[in-house]
Design a binder for this molecule. Structure first.
Ligand SMILES: C=C(O[C@H]1C=CC=C(C(=O)O)[C@@H]1O)C(=O)O
Length: 386
């Protein structure tokens, strides 16, 4: 199917107020879309379901799914030239809208100061505080915004999710929550932010390294506790060194973590309950930081800092990648694939109003004004696609 036709069909599905998701995985040269046949709202029961899941920050609230058995899935190839075409077409319309008000600045700085005071009084060692910024009168069609996200963030998970009973969300996230292919589990710890200024070999402050190490330690410990009994040896968990990764115009510190699960692990609920929300979007210890966020942030996060992605989809994988044209099914295996991402660098569209969600990790050494500026920088980057 041609790319234009692919996007036109999505616009029609949206116009007809029927649920859909369109997405591209990090570095993939393929776009996928899933159309639900009717507007029924399906709630996740235990994460053994198959489909595309959309889960909120606060796991006491419902997570939703476009179930594979009620949906059509189509993939199209997407290569560098398509990126180029889109870039040329949309170049003139991209603009950075600066709408930060002084009252928003003072409020965020106050929230960060209060968060630092709570850390110093021993409530928790890290908390991620965020804010929501409103941009009014956005006339760009959400699918055009999605295309711009695609061209800007080739290394991100880029998505547009819509359900008439929930709303419309878009984003380009650099953070994997959980990837399970067969019995291979991969996740990552991501934290620390600085602007990308042409090079990725940058120096990180101790404060940022410590902030990211809190996330890594939490993930390793949570995985040990939630699936540890299925491990035959701790050698099954691999933890990489800290490295710098680029997410559009930002740099972050990242550690990759991987392990093997027992072959029959279909129920991801215990792992997701242990991991989500990680200290990259919540804080540490998790429950105290989460209660503080919900009680003090002053707005509902809804799906920001929640997670989304493929849950238990079937994928045919070649056992021997060198045997490309082998027709023999003996070389192909069907694996269950779950690829879930943290909903960061995202926005929610309500008619022509767009809410942008941005936050940052706070530790005892954080500078409230610098934290405000980090959210301004992140929001300007997101706004530039409107
Ligand atoms: C919570 C956000 O980012 C997280 C992920 C990477 C770096 C972060 C930071 O530097 O604070 C945050 O932990 C956000 O962008 O809204």
């Amino acid at each position: 199917m041609a790319l234009d036709q692919f996007f036109e069909q999505i616009k029609k599905q949206y116009h007809d107020q029927l649920p859909f998701v369109v997405y591209k995985k990090p570095n993939a040269l393929e776009l996928k879309r899933m159309f639900q046949h009717n507007d029924a709202l399906h709630t996740v029961v235990d994460f053994t379901e198959s489909g595309f899941v959309f889960a909120p920050f606060d796991s006491r609230q419902d997570a939703f799914i476009l179930p594979i058995e009620h949906a059509d899935v189509i993939s199209v190839a997407f290569d560098e030239n398509d990126f180029y075409e889109l870039m040329i077409r949309d170049h003139k319309t991209s603009a950075i809208i600066n709408s930060n008000k002084d009252s928003e600045k003072l409020l965020h700085i106050k929230h960060v100061e209060d968060g630092i005071a709570a850390i110093k009084s021993g409530c928790f060692s890290k908390v991620v505080l965020s804010r929501r910024e409103l941009v009014e009168n956005v006339e760009t069609h959400p699918i055009e915004i999605f295309k711009r996200l695609l061209q800007r963030y080739p290394t991100a998970f880029v998505y547009c999710w819509y359900h008439p009973k929930v709303g419309l969300w878009l984003g380009a996230t650099p953070e994997t929550l959980l990837s399970v292919k067969g019995n291979q589990l991969k996740t990552m710890s991501l934290a620390g932010t600085q602007a990308f200024e042409g090079i990725t070999e940058v120096v990180w402050k101790e404060k940022e390294k410590e902030e990211q190490q809190i996330v890594t330690d939490f993930i390793v410990e949570s995985l040990r506790e939630s699936v540890g009994n299925r491990l035959s040896s701790s050698d099954f968990m691999k933890v990489s060194d800290q490295k710098t990764v680029r997410a559009g115009n930002l740099l972050h510190l990242q550690t990759e973590i991987s392990m093997q699960l027992s072959p029959e692990t279909r129920n991801l609920k215990p792992i997701l309950e242990a991991l989500h929300p990680t200290p990259a979007v919540c804080g540490f210890p998790k429950d105290k930081a989460k209660a503080y966020i919900i009680g003090n942030e002053g707005y509902p996060r809804e799906f920001y800092a929640g997670f989304m992605g493929e849950l238990h989809l079937k994928e045919t994988i070649s056992r021997n990648p060198n045997r490309r044209n082998v027709e023999n099914n003996a070389y192909r295996v069907q694996k269950s694939v779950s690829d879930l991402y943290v909903n960061l660098r995202c926005m929610q569209m309500k008619d022509q109003n767009v809410f942008i969600y941005i936050g940052g990790g706070i530790t005892k050494d954080s500078d409230p004004v610098a934290e405000w500026q980090e959210t301004v920088h992140k929001s300007q980057i997101i706004k530039s696609v409107l």
